[in-house]
Write a protein that binds this ligand. Sequence first.
Ligand code: G4P
Length: 531
Amino acid sequence: MTMPPEQLQHEIARRRTFAIISHPDAGKTTITEKLLLYGGAIQEAGSVTARAGTSHTKSDWMSMEQQRGISISSSALTFEYEGRHVNLLDTPGHQDFSEDTYRTLTAADSALMVLDAARGVQAQTEKLFAVCRNRGIPILTFVNKMDRPAQDPFELLEQVEQTLAIRAVPMTWPIGDGPSFAGVYDLARREVVLYERVARGRTRPPVSVASVEDARVAELVGAELHAKLQEDVALIEGALDPFDPEAFLRGEVTPVYFGSAITNFGVEHFLRDFVRMAPAPGPLETTAGEVTPEAPFTGFIFKLQANMSKNHRDRTAFLRVASGRFERGMEVVHTRTGRKLRLSRAHTLFAQDRESVDEAFPGDIVGLVNPGVFRIGDVVSLVPKVELRAFPRFTPETFASVTMKDVTKRKAFHKGLEQLAEEGVVQVFYPTDGARDPMLGAVGPLQFEVFQHRLREEYGVEIDLHVTSYTLVRWLAGDAGSVARFARHVEDDQGRPVMLFRTRYDLDYTAERHKEIEFLPLPQDLTVVRK
Ligand code: G4P
């Protein structure tokens, strides 16, 4: 059934799909929880962090997530706010486990960067920021934990500008910090928003003032903080360009907000601006040109996940709707294979709970039950010949050999290996003589731990895992004869010849002596986005 174009247009225009990028511990979970609270998606704060309480739907890999205090899975959370339909993609924040996060970011139209006010820009923030930058998506910034002693806000802005090469424009300005934190001043609206140190957090309505000089400000925050605020605002107005929404949409400027998520301060301020300023879904770059959101249905798979929960022991493919209207049961083309598929088992995901979804629009994330046909980066469409132009792929940098502890589990072992490799938990390489055990490749060593843990919990297979001294893999290209003569008996899971190296020197030495062969950081048939 088609939908009137203006109705589709309306649904597209009100979609906001974003992800939070941050270094672990900056406060991503806390902010997520508060955002959902405003969106009415959860009843009380704590239900996102207190996932252990919903043990009936908790999967085992969630238990590992809790043990380690990190978020390993990505899920999409949805809520309505001021007539906008907000999709928040949850992205893992651990520095070692980033392939998954990078892929999730391909499904976001904007990002919120959360910084810890005392720590500023940290290693993981930088890496994730680079991915958003690559994609050119707009980025907003929330400086969290102002209730604790913080770095000087001007220094924080400068750090953002220096390390991330983006202009930072404050939208609110902190009044004091730590024990003296009194609230924020909204620069454009000329409002003082007072911070109250109360247990559950409460924000009083903002107080409008004529200007920052207004004596009312001193009444509200005290003479000393007022004097400092006037000084700061004079500096800001003298030295910084005003916020330019167009430059923000081009990814050149990040608007900065200050707050304290744990006490629920400043988050709604951000959200209110976010739904207005952040972009609705835009066109998708494909091999067939740009697909606009108004075009007939197209979607792409950005993430696969097996065994999301014990209640549903199956594989889920996460699809981002890129254009048109998705309807449950619709028949589409799986463009990589040309096969027709009926998308009948579709659901949304809220933490670990699922609900059937009947329709979805550009920007929305739909979980599809994956009978093994999908790979990451696949496209399903009403139009047969559409494929993604660029999808991030990663060259592993650490390698481990695996052996089964119990050889009778061979079948389960190979099933786990295949499914977890398909999800991108690790990459798998096989010795071609078949005699030795497979080798795993990953970007960070935590991926091996996740693999080992999931293999045990989900497939009942115990393995020994030894991290090797290899640090580089290269796919071999050249005429078939030379490659065949040269290849040293290792191939990837698609049968492509590869070679592993211990050092850069080894690689360069070999490449120098074998000019007939190309040593590629990614297989030739995949788009190189990032080396
Ligand atoms: P993450 O998802 O980015 O890893 O961070 P998360 O929200 O889990 O927050 C990390 C820690 O920082 C938590 O403390 C959290 O309570 C605290 N936190 C978050 N926002 C603020 C804030 O605005 N001010 C202050 N002072 N603390 C904040 P924790 O001790 O690790 O956990 P918990 O025992 O509080 O749950």
